[in-house]
Design a protein around this ligand. Sequence first.
Ligand code: GLA
Length: 697
Amino acid sequence: MTSAQHRPVGPRYEGWLTGIDSICYGGDYNPEQWPEEVWEQDVTLMREAGVNLVSIGIFSWALLEPREGEFDFAWLDRLIELLHANGIHIDLATPTASPPAWFFHAYPQARVVTREGTVLGFGSRGMASPSSPDYRAAALRITEALGDRYGSHPALALWHVHNEYGAPVSEDYSPTSAAAFRDWLRARYTTLDGLNAAWGTRFWGQVYGEWEHVGVPAATPSVANPAQRLDFARFTNDSLLACFTAERDALHARSQAPVTTNFMAAECPSTDLFAWGREVDVVSNDHYLTAADPRCEVGLALAADLTRSVAGGKPWMLLEHSPSGVNWQPRNVAKRPGEMARSAFSHVGRGADAVMFFQWRASRSGAEKFHGAMLPHAGTSSRVWREIVALGADLAAASELVGSRVSADVALLWDQESLWAQGLEWRPSVDVDARERINTFYDRFWRDGVQVDFAHPSQDLSGYKLVVAPASYLLTAESAANLTRFVEGGGTLLVSFFSGIVNEFDAVHEGGFLAPLRDALGVTVEEFLPLRAGETLQVALDDAGVAPGLTGTLTASVWADDLTLAGASVVGTYLDGPAPGAPAITRNTHGSGTGWYLSTQLDVDALATVLAPVYADAGLTPSGLPEELEVIRRSGAAADYVVAINHGSSPLSVESSAALGTPAAGATDLITGAEVDADVKVEAGGVRVLRVPRAIS
Ligand code: GLA
């Protein structure tokens, strides 16, 4: 495969929002829930808070098209003029995430059917079947009408197509969807023989003789065909994406403004974001903290780094997060003082050029009345409002970060198709969880202060020093060859267990487990040796003359492999468990690079031990900063920027030159405007944003 065959990453569009050259600040604005006299107060307060962009019309279809084909834009005209007169730009939505009651009444066949056969009704939100021709026609009609009316409006900075594709429903098991799935399969396999081979239908007597007999993988007596389910996940993604591109194209035909749709990076299992990233003009993301996670800042950072990676490193937009608690988690923990700024600046540090909230003014009615808002029910005398105003000022002060980029030497592999496939039933152990592995590896890098990107295994990886495969269960032969070339070219590859197992049809690779990575890793897997619930085992480390410093014993869990060596050195050996004395961790040299294999599950502390010689192989150095101090660097045309966030409860210093490039002399605190000392203190819970002159970095 030449580099030209690598899967491209990120939007093709080179521009940014029309008319805004500072960090975008604002949120979802749903004024149709309020009398118009409240709108005047809203815009006055928006100006006080420094709001320069609002997302409008997201759930307004029923008001904009009260009866099929009859439009009423009068209220939206008044709203947009009011915002424009006050210098506030609009991110104008197509309202297609929530079709009106008349639509479902007229087109009942467009309703989504669950896997168990339940027909979903009206009275909440959620789109109709993405495969429904009636839905697609209605969505296009309202999109074209909005494009015609507002496509050239000077307040328009961005189009916001739909809302969070894939949520709250994605897969549809209706007859409408089944017909579309058959068309999709015909296009993919051409013949029934091709489909039967790809799905392995000779197993359990599932061979198809007629296209009409092929259906969606609805509830079955025993486990459904995994290749069919994997294709259904692909089909669902493609159907949602086709809905997006149809609306996008209609808007492009009518308007110069860029088009986005808000992703839920790391949280929406039905969309293959690397594919979506190529189709939007600007990548944007919604992120909500997981209140039950005491270190939810790590999950936030992961989502932000994934979003930036999907954007191919280009600036991206945080299109929604919450000013305080949400309303849909079991226990909706309110953000504590300062947490709003820490969250916002972590996104900014990781490449966001927009900080937007859900939502501007708290709803009095409906399902989200207990959700945090920029203007909460308590009004302007609240702590949340004071922090909103302060954050607006701080972001304005940090505006020169706009357009600067984050770069990383480490790539963590992320392949949604592999996550879909691994998530199906009847895998060797229920304790193996791909997201757990990704999260744990990510956490290790976060604690080490090592900036990472996420990468698709088929993309060009040559810019990275270290590539990590925490969970690459499905790995195509082409992607495995790409990883092997990465090692040959001098890269360091670290592969964790249960990777390189199946191809794109969820069929085990010829040659056995891990066979496609045999050359890179110098090892294959003869048999899986999963552990019983709660069982642990010990791994004795040995530098074997190739991994300096790798000594001692580690405790591991969940999994072991029975490995067959094919050239690799053994640097960790099982002391007990199912295969005492067998290799557990290996290191291989191949071409000019190195391939590590980790056949068991290590926790975040144990990973630190193994990563030390891996970092050495890759020529990487951890930041050496305290774990609670998050330090991120963005590089601009003339200067670098350092965002430092103290998640701890006592002051910390960014004293290390690894973080700042050099001692901080000559740096400026963008929020206070002050020159900074060599020893940069960050107060407990505080945030600092520094400009570091390029000459000394
Ligand atoms: C999602 C939706 C919003 C709102 C928020 C609440 O992100 O896009 O409309 O429901 O969740 O957290």
